[in-house]
Structures are given as structure tokens and as C-alpha cells.
Design a protein. Structure first.
Length: 287
């Protein structure tokens, strides 16, 4: 009955694994809802910022703000790659890393000197493994990112862009479309692209002036772009982990059904063999 004992051990092991994956699925489902709420709350604010900047923007004012400077040639760029600190989320981190590598390869091909800034243990571990230099890293951001986290990530790059040490800054993150669609995307956050001002401009009563207001809103707009990347990335991670753990739980259930059927057949065969041996022995004694 060695085979039967082996099957019982495998069944017990998979049952324990299924308990873990089911628990992780439930936790990710709970966190996913909160992360989605943060995404939905961040989008209207970003839209309002863009509308106000579009309403205030003019070519004359743009010349006064380095953040709006469009360099004739991009010679040096910073890339912020957002990943997670944890795994068990399917291809979530590998897709982000692939998108980051694609962007870096494109910039390298165009002759742009790049520096990489990584958020998350998974991205940091990968680039350390392949020997790629990482200019800075953050692994202390929790599953509830804040506007302060975004400012800490981008403010130094923003200052270096203003002083012309950098010509462009990009952020790579997952775009949260739905619980089943979280594609990786690359977004240029510096320089700020002049907004489209076609159509009727809002009639604002400005105080103290458009220039003073833009001087406050433009850095806020850049920080908010990174904050949106953080919250969308977190919602995408929780969604990916939930889907991965649900698939793992379902697969464990299918394997358990197969193993239990196999165990029952083996047990039935063993019982049949034992009965046949008893009957055969009894017949031999009677003969």
C-alpha cells in the first residue's frame, strides 16, 4: 500500500497549498477594492489639474517655466520603474520589467544616456542580477502609497530637470483598466507637454496671477503623475495577485479531484486483491 500512502501524502500537501492560495486570494480581493477606490479618487483630481493648466497656458507664459522647456535634443533621461515588493502575482512584475527594458533599449538606441530609478524589491532584484546600475531605489513604500511618497521619488529629478542636468523623465507603471486588464505603460512626465488649448477657454478671475498659479500647479502636476502611477500600480498588483491565486486555487482543486480518484481506484484494487487472496486461500484449504 506504499502507493496509497504516497497519494495520501500528496493529497494532504495540495490541500494545505490550496488553503494558502485561497487565503491570499481573499486578502488580495479585499486590498484590491481599497486600491481601486484610491485610483478612482486620484483620476478626477488629475483631470482638474490638467484643465486648469490648459486654461492658464499660453506660449508667452511657457517661456518662463523650465518645466515646460522642450529640449531640442534629449541627451540624458531618467526612467522611474515602479514594481512591487512581493510576488505571487503572475506576470505582473515581469511585464513591468520588460516594459522598462524596452524603454531603456529605445533610449539607448537613440543615443540617450539613461539613469534608472527603481521602486520595489522585484525590479531592484532583477536589475542587480543582470548587473544594470541603479541610480536610486525605494523598497519602503507600502500598499497605501501617499502623495509624499511621490514627491520623494520625483522631486530630485524635477530639480535636476530644471537645472538642465536631465532632458526628460519617464515613469513605467501598470495602467489599471479593469481587474482583468492591467497593461504596463511608459509615460513621459518631464517636460510637461503643453496642453491642448483648442476651443473656448474658461473665464477665470485670477489672483494673484496666472504666472504665480502655474508656478505652484506645474510641480504639483508632475508629482501627481507619479502618485497616479503608484496607486494604479498597486491596484494592478492586487488584481494580478487575486487572479493568480484564484487560478492556483482552482488548479489545486482539479489536481485534488484527480488524486482522490486515483487513490480510490488504488484502494479498491487493493481491497479486491485482498478478497481474492482470502477466497483463494479458503479454497485451497477446503481442497
Amino acid at each position: 500500500m506504499a502507493k496509497g500512502r504516497e497519494l495520501k501524502g500528496r493529497i494532504k500537501s495540495i490541500e494545505n497549498t490550496r488553503k494558502i492560495t485561497r487565503t491570499l486570494e481573499m486578502v488580495a480581493t479585499s486590498k484590491m477594492k481599497r486600491a481601486q477606490d484610491r485610483v478612482q479618487a486620484a483620476r478626477p483630481y488629475a483631470q482638474s489639474l490638467a484643465e486648469v493648466i490648459a486654461g492658464l497656458y499660453s506660449p508667452d507664459l511657457a517661456e518662463k517655466f523650465p518645466i515646460l522647456r522642450q529640449p531640442a535634443k534629449v541627451s540624458r533621461a531618467g526612467v522611474i520603474l515602479l514594481t512591487s515588493n512581493r510576488g505571487l502575482a503572475g506576470g505582473f512584475n515581469s511585464n513591468l520589467i520588460k516594459e522598462g527594458r524596452k524603454l531603456l533599449a529605445k533610449l539607448d538606441h537613440d543615443g540617450v544616456e539613461t539613469e534608472l530609478h527603481v521602486v520595489g524589491k522585484k525590479g531592484l532584484g532583477y536589475f542587480k542580477y543582470i548587473g544594470r546600475k541603479v541610480a536610486s531605489s525605494r523598497i519602503d513604500i507600502t500598499d497605501r502609497p501617499t502623495a509624499q511618497n511621490a514627491a520623494e521619488i520625483v522631486d530630485d529629478l524635477l530639480n535636476r530637470f530644471v537645472t538642465r542636468e536631465l532632458d526628460a523623465v519617464y515613469v513605467v507603471h501598470s495602467k489599471f483598466v479593469s481587474a482583468l486588464s492591467t497593461p504596463p505603460t511608459s509615460t513621459q512626465i518631464l517636460p510637461v507637454i503643453p496642453p491642448d488649448t483648442k476651443g473656448a477657454r474658461p473665464d477665470y478671475l485670477l489672483f494673484p496671477s496666472a504666472e504665480a498659479i502655474l508656478s505652484e500647479l506645474l510641480p504639483l502636476y508632475v508629482r501627481n503623475a507619479v502618485y497616479r502611477g503608484l496607486v494604479e500600480n498597486e491596484a494592478a498588483f492586487q488584481s494580478s495577485q487575486r487572479n493568480a491565486m484564484k487560478n492556483a486555487t482552482d488548479n489545486a482543486g482539479e489536481i485534488l479531484n484527480i488524486l482522490r480518484r486515483t487513490y480510490n481506484r488504488a484502494r479498491q484494487a487493493q481491497i479486491t486483491q485482498e478478497i481474492a487472496e482470502i477466497v483463494g486461500g479458503s479454497a485451497a484449504l477446503e481442497g
